[in-house]
Design a protein around this ligand. Sequence first.
Ligand code: C5P
Length: 201
Amino acid sequence: MGFTIAIDGPAASGKGTISKAVARHYDFGHLDTGLLYRAVGRRMLDGQEPVAAAKALLAEDLAADGLRIPEVAQAASKVAVIPEVRAALVDFQRAYARRAGGAVLDGRDIGTVICPDAEAKLFITASAEVRARRRYDELCANGVQTDYQTVLADTRERDHRDSSRADAPLLAAGDAVVLDTSDMDIGAAVSAAIAAVDAAY
Ligand code: C5P
């Protein structure tokens, strides 16, 4: 029997790092569902129609270079508004969630839409300022030229688009454990996440 851990939250909340650590802790598979939308966003920037791109998406696309850049993140949040794009990506995510051996899926709508019956649900959040600071530091470390105010504006724009869309908006499931990581370092956040999952096990 599969065991599914749904981890949702806004950009740079720490959910990616937490999800990887939680998957490692339980020896579960991990699917970063943002990569699906980023891969479709990448194809849109290359001139493809997003719904057709989502229907044609292959597992290999998730390993493509250049999916982590800000331009692709914005394109991802634009294609993510389109209901047909979201619909085309549902089966792949649900199949992954039920894989033998357990799965961690992280995204925006895992606990609400993709896996409403997940055995454990977490919603990871932090203030926009803290998240923008983390993203800024990460981009600088990767040699991307930017400034904090641009990253903050970008974070707020993406939050707004993700939260206000009609289909599967960014929202904590009613039965999710909410973890605000604004004042936590990553070690403390990972420990709190594992404690919350253990409580559901
Ligand atoms: O998590 P990440 O920043 O990689 O996600 C990129 C974009 O993909 C998000 O801003 C969001 O619009 C979209 N997304 C989504 N549903 C998910 C995961 C990501 O709409 N489950």
